[in-house]
Write a protein that binds this ligand. Sequence first.
Ligand code: PGA
Length: 229
Amino acid sequence: MKYLIGNWKSNKTFEQTYTWFDEFAKVYQPQLGVEVVIAVPFPFIQEAHKKAHELKLLNFSICAQDVSPYPFGAYTGAVAAGMLKSHVSYCLVGHSERRDHFVESHLEIANKITQLLENNIKPVLCVDEPYAQTQLAALDQNQINQLILAYEPLSAIGTGNPDEPEHVREVTLRLQDFLNNKDVPIIYGGSTNPENAKSYLAVPTISGLLPGGSSLKPEVFASMVNSFT
Ligand code: PGA
């Protein structure tokens, strides 16, 4: 299985969400063996899920961008994994923007992964090389085996300065050692676009892409799906 996981980050209104789905449905060509996923902000998850169903989008799932490290309970403002599980199949965790702006720790991220797995939501754990090993050390092997790992070099996120595919290959080999399981899918994120997508998908250790900016326009995101052929 290959993955294209778009991340809208903190963008779009309700109206823009509807329009995105309508426009995407007109140009999306599902590919065999490619799971297309879109990570939308919390308030849009329910409508995005409904839209994807109404528009009969195949091989398509909704992702959350974050989750509470706690279960249901007295945690004001937190969104528990149990609230998401009927509408999302995936959830991003440990994105560098969460680590930087919201000061998330490795332990907090590990607790989020515990909550997600208990609710059958697939965690997409974002790491950069310098701390990948430390982050993974906060997880047990059973948790690691159920992840999708996203290699997201800080220097490449939102900068228009993507990592070199050869360097991505070298890093993913080291990540596979840390994971102690070659079957855990590793995807690459950081300034990916329809022009450079194929160069990463040609790396044998890469199972997909995590575009941010390139997921905001439906026709651009749909054309990235075609890079998987
Ligand atoms: P970008 O974002 O594609 O805009 O660089 C990637 C990400 O943050 O996951």
